[in-house]
Design a protein around this ligand. Sequence first.
Ligand code: ZN
Length: 179
Amino acid sequence: MSGPIPAYTLTRRRMKNLRMVVRPGTGEVAVSAPLRTPQREIDAWVRSKAAWIEAKQAEAAAQPAALAPGPEADALRRALRPVLAALIAEWVPVMGVPEPTWGMRIMRTRWGSCNTTRRSLTFNVELARHGYHLVEYVVVHELAHLLEPNHGPGFYAVMDRHLPGWREHRAELNGRAVD
Ligand SMILES: [Zn+2]
């Protein structure tokens, strides 16, 4: 394989496989790599994905700007609210976490976030465009932060225990982070 290596940012993590996302909006290529994978191996992998990256970046450039406040956002919010309420009510006792406060926002880069000191969860209103299982994944992820604030081994153990298929769900939500 030859040809230029597409520009990318690299984060090293305790993980088994290389992973890549092309961020919507910016088209930025973000690569996560296991701690010990040699740089040249990462470069070669990124180069082998050049065509895919180019297609994704074209897709990202063609995407409309972030959802604007207005009737569409309101409709998504109305659709999502009862789904979130039901999921949180279901999962809080299962996971044994304290009752959080929660809300929805238009979020450009994330599907959800958790303020652990305030026990407050925030969900992206555009989750309403996705299937129930993906909303559930984001809910379980954010609730898991009430037990494990950081994305360490303890956090992933909680996810594996409660939602063994979560990695596939994360891949399906590719593009925005679940924080
Ligand atoms: Zn998280």
